[in-house]
Design a binder for this molecule. Structure first.
Ligand code: KG4
Ligand code: ZN
Length: 343
């Protein structure tokens, strides 16, 4: 009988301390995320020094909880996967050192994983015991990766094979949500706040032009954000109350339309019919709906379960598992890679 690979994964790239246990590359046995969101809310964003200190406090209890929930021990694992980057250096160091310690103590191989690859592999996950597991994504596929630090469109020709077709020239999509939230006086974290405000707004109330880029599949979000800024400023100057909900809805609709149309264009240009959505912004409900609707246009669509959209270790376990199954392991001398690209 073929042996099933079991991976313990650790993720500390930003402000979530997370650990997970995965079997066979897809079946999730446990996923634990200790969020620091409340701690950073008072700063209006992630405070790196606070994040790394909090990771130090949470990391071991989170790993223990992940193993306990999976009803397994370190001895049952085949490898330990950990995020090397991209992310905050001081935060990544905590996860890497914990993983190295566990690998050294247990004699298990270490697998350094890319956080962005993790977001992509979130679409392979399902909870162990699921009766009819979803079909795994097939290749070639076009991935729309939209998070707080990255926004890009990639062509995946096989497992772990990426060709970047386009990327943001300035802000990331999630960053634009966070900045617009701040402009509108909405609470941190910005993405969910904008989505909530937009629910009671008119998406056609304001017209924010989608910036043109030289590269057909590149993005620019800072122009849309600046258009929101000028709108708010003009209304304030005129003494008009700010229609926060309408602005949030119009901004969100513009961004979604922009993301979807570029993804579809890239897919058509490359004769690809399989699409994958990834990154924290994939938690956005209207974006998920719009992406899912592409099924009606002849595309096969993959969207991670809501719980695995924003940062978690389950996705790192999946990416780490595929790396490990393809023969990749890392030495105990690996360092963090805060700006590590996907391709
Ligand atoms: O992937 P992620 O958790 O962290 C990074 O790797 O960056 O993404 C976080 C980003 C933040 O900018 C956050 O505002 C955005 O994802 N986000 C959302 C939503 N939930 C999270 N953006 C729009 N709508 C949401 N519901
Ligand atoms: Zn992320």
């Amino acid at each position: 009988m073929e042996k099933i690979t079991r991976i313990l994964a650790i993720e500390t790239s930003c402000d979530e301390t997370a650990a997970a246990v995965l079997e066979g590359g897809r079946a999730l046995l446990s996923s634990v995320v200790a969020s620091q969101m409340d701690m950073h809310a008072r700063y209006g964003g992630v405070f790196p020094e606070v994040a790394s200190r909090q990771h130090v406090l949470s990391i071991l209890p989170v790993i223990e909880e992940a193993l306990t929930k999976a009803k397994l021990t370190l001895a049952d694992m085949d490898a330990i996967a950990v995020t090397r980057g991209p992310g905050l250096g001081g935060s990544l160091v905590v996860g890497i050192n914990a993983a190295k310690g566990l690998a050294l103590g247990s004699g298990k191989p270490l697998v350094g994983a890319n956080h962005l690859e993790g977001h992509i592999y979130a679409s392979w996950l399902y909870e162990a015991g699921t009766e009819n597991p979803p079909e795994a994504p097939g290749f070639p596929l076009i991935a729309l990766l939209v998070s707080g630090g990255h926004s890009e469109i990639d062509l995946m020709t096989g497992h772990l094979q990426y060709q970047r077709l386009g990327a943001t020239l300035d802000d990331a999509a999630g960053e634009a949500f966070d900045k617009v939230a701040r402009l509108l006086g909405l609470p941190y974290p910005g993405g969910p706040s904008v989505q909530k405000a937009a629910e009671s707004g008119d998406p056609k109330a304001f017209k924010f032009t989608r910036p043109k880029t030289e590269g057909a599949w590149d993005f620019s979000f800072s122009g849309i954000k600046t258009a929101v800024l000028y709108t708010v400023r003009d209304l304030e100057k005129a003494g008009t109350p700010i229609p926060v909900e309408d602005i949030a809805a119009s901004f969100q609709a513009t961004v979604i339309d922009y993301l979807i149309s570029k993804t579809v264009d890239a897919a058509r240009a490359h004769n690809v019919t399989e699409l994958l959505l990834a990154g924290g912004v994939s938690a956005n409900k209207p974006l998920r709906e719009a992406f899912l609707n592409l099924q009606n246009n002849g595309f096969k669509v993959h969207i991670p379960k809501f719980a695995y959209c924003t940062d978690n270790a389950a996705m790192i376990a999946a990416a780490g598992a595929f790396r490990f199954m393809h023969g990749h392991t890392s030495g105990l001398d690996i360092d963090v890679l805060p700006t590590w690209p996907l391709s």
